[in-house]
Design a protein around this ligand. Structure first.
Ligand code: HEM
Length: 350
């Protein structure tokens, strides 16, 4: 990270590139264990329960079955691609801004083109991985899927809502829908019923059904907008007209927020949809509460976390803005980079 951030004029371009790759791979691996642990909570595998009552605990019996539990791979690819989209849209936003301000034009056209290619491929791939995740949820966590889609009646062919509102009291959903759409996506026909929320006792359904429904639909809607936007921009690029369309560049300046929102609401969907379980089908969230920590202590640490993260967020925006205003290194600085130097040279100097 240090070489990536501060090493531009101190190491050769190869060393700088390797450092950049290292940071990239480091963040990819970090996502692996977070998503594997979370996926185990969604679809536990490779364990057995030792002890009874309050002393019962899960122990690993098969490490690889735990790592490759039924939802790990689909969710990891979905999360990775979500991160690539966040990165690509940040680059698109910054370079669209430079192009609109007529700054660093040559470099910005190249950077925009590369980021657009990545964003287009990833937007399409995200639809594919998202569909695989939904298929997995239908199989492993049917109550969650019913909540995502606001589907109550198990005997009915399931519709797919594009927009809607869930009425939890009356157990219905109203909105704009494709009749039989969910049945078709899951079973490739228009006849097979899909298990609805009424098939589960009330205490085994996610309590915030409407919130889960809205977050899920917002994520999918953003996914569709990203596909439309990147395909349209790629078409304009192919026609050689992309950089003349100022309105489109302005759209990209602000579109940076879309993958950020989709990533957040994606996690809300996955986690609120898992309720009332902290480990699906095994341990209820209400039973997972610590008996020794008081509500006030939890509130206090939450307030502290919020304050620290708000501070970091403000600092992040301040530094990001400073970097963007400063712009990339000018050509002369790039030429000043010592051509023969490498890590050993840098360490020697240090
Ligand atoms: C294009 C249509 C999309 C579909 C059909 C879709 C589907 C899904 C499903 C079913 C889940 C829940 C998985 C689970 O609970 O195990 C989910 C979660 C998630 N989604 Fe999406 N998604 C789409 C677009 C996006 C986009 C565009 C992003 C980000 C840029 C995104 C980011 C996430 C994240 C971060 C999660 C939480 C982690 C996970 O459970 O995989 N999704 N998505």
């Amino acid at each position: 990270m240090g070489v990536l951030l501060f090493g531009w004029n101190k190491v050769s371009s190869v060393v700088h590139f390797i450092a950049t790759l290292g940071v990239f791979l480091g963040s990819m691996f970090s996502a692996v264990w977070i998503v594997v642990a979370n996926s185990w909570q969604q679809t536990p595998a490779g364990y057995h329960i030792v002890g009874e009552g309050v002393n019962a605990r899960a122990e690993i019996t098969d490490f690889w079955a735990m790592v490759f539990n039924p939802s790990s791979v689909d969710r990891l690819t979905h999360v990775w691609i979500g991160a690539f989209l966040a990165g690509a849209f940040l680059i698109l936003s910054v370079h669209a801004y430079y192009l609109l301000k007529n700054k660093h034009v040559d470099l910005s056209k190249k950077a925009f083109g590369i980021a657009l290619a990545i964003a287009t491929v990833c937007s399409l791939a995200q639809l594919f991985t998202g569909h695989r995740s939904a298929d997995g949820v239908a199989h492993n966590q049917p109550a969650k899927l019913a909540a995502l889609e606001g589907h109550f009646d198990s005997l009915a062919v399931a519709d797919m809502y594009l927009l809607g509102w869930v009425d939890k009291e009356n157990e219905t959903t109203n909105g704009l829908k494709v009749p039989g759409g969910l049945t078709f996506l899951l079973h490739q026909d228009f006849e097979t019923p899909v298990k609805g929320l009424k098939a589960f006792p009330k205490e085994e359904r996610p309590s915030a059904v409407n919130a889960v429904f809205q977050f899920y639909h917002l994520m999918v809607a953003i996914g569709m907008i990203l596909i439309g936007l990147t395909l349209f921009a790629s078409f304009q690029w192919w026609r050689g007209k992309l950089f003349e369309q100022r309105w489109l560049l302005w759209v990209f300046v602000f579109a940076v927020i879309l993958p950020q929102i989709a990533n957040q609401v994606g996690w809300f969907t996955a986690e609120m949809g898992r309720q009332p379980w902290v480990v699906y089908g095994l341990l209820r969230t209400s039973d997972a509460l610590s008996k020794v920590v008081t509500a006030n202590q939890v509130l206090f640490s939450l307030i502290l976390f919020t304050a620290v993260y708000l501070l970091l967020f403000v600092l992040f925006i301040y530094l990001l803005n400073k970097k963007i205003q400063q712009g990339p290194y000018e050509d002369k600085e790039i030429f000043q980079r010592p051509k023969q130097s490498d890590m050993a040279d840098l360490l020697g100097k240090a």
